[in-house]
Design a protein around this ligand. Sequence first.
Ligand SMILES: [Fe+2]
Length: 374
Amino acid sequence: MDLPVIDLDIFLHNPQDSPQVQAECKRAAEGLIAYGALVLHDSRVSEDDNATFLDLLEDYFAQPEATLKRDERPELSYQIGVTLENTEKPKCAVDEPCLDVIARLEPAERPLDVAGHAPDPKCRFFWRVVEKPPYETQFPGLNAPNVTPEAPGIRERWTPVMDQWGSSMKNAVSNLAEMAAIGLGLPAETFRDAGRYGPHLLAPTASDLSKYGAKDTVLAGFHTDLNFLTIHGRSRYPGLNIWARNTGRRIAVKIPEGNYLLVQAGKQLEHLTGGLVKAGYHEVVVNQATIETIERRKVERPDRPLVRISSTFFWHLSSDFDLVPIPKLVEEARRLRAEGFDLGRDEGRDVEYAPMKVGQQVQSELKHIALMAS
Ligand SMILES: [Fe+2]
């Protein structure tokens, strides 16, 4: 993987105006602009916490469907609790600009399949890791309280494990948001403050590999995330592909062992930067490496459910925040686009980033992916 590796430790242990911190922040911003993604190193993050989290979620999703269904909240657009398989549609299957993006990719770099228009065979759990706003939100539905599963053996473990891993990921990604702001020439707190009361979600997805383990199965179709920044811990099974914006190349993600995480830009970051940073496209598929891991896991841990859990956290801007592109970055985005065009890089039609509340942007995205009734 040729993604930049950004060291959060440098940022945490040196004065903000020191040359090392300034340089590392610049690299973070450049990584997000060029790739829409980067690898983040944070010594505070523990691989053991990730493993404990993955074990819990494997056990949770191995429960009968009828038990899982009790944790569904369709009336809240599934923005809390569980979403069962074949509910969410990959946005690309219904979105024309996204189909344009695919058409512009070299055929060898295109995603596995988006023409099927089928919902994703993945389940997910949304667990909020939030700070309560000191004001009434205009979007209570997007800020509903957590659902705790009730099954004995899971219930007792749930909250501490989810909160421990959730806050590790949240700390890492909110510090990276500060680094990105500094690297873009903005005050450090710009993004962090805008997301202070965001409905951040620890959002593991689960794919049953005993059912959906055949090569080239699409577990999550080609799409971008609707939030600000997404951060991933290591999954036990490979299969996540991301697309680097500047080259259009597909990159199979391999997060190094240790205290490393993958960060990807989402739609809110794209909107706020006027397209200077673009939300990163990705998919999750069953590839040869996934199959080899399945076979190995069957031998090494025959007692464990064959479920691929993604260790994902969605960092959001606050629902009531005004999502308006920052003028200085809009200028920079224009310059970069013109420069890319001169180099023969066609990024398609100009996108208009209309001012709106973050909550409105989220609701409109949810309608697109079939989680919210229009
Ligand atoms: Fe995603």
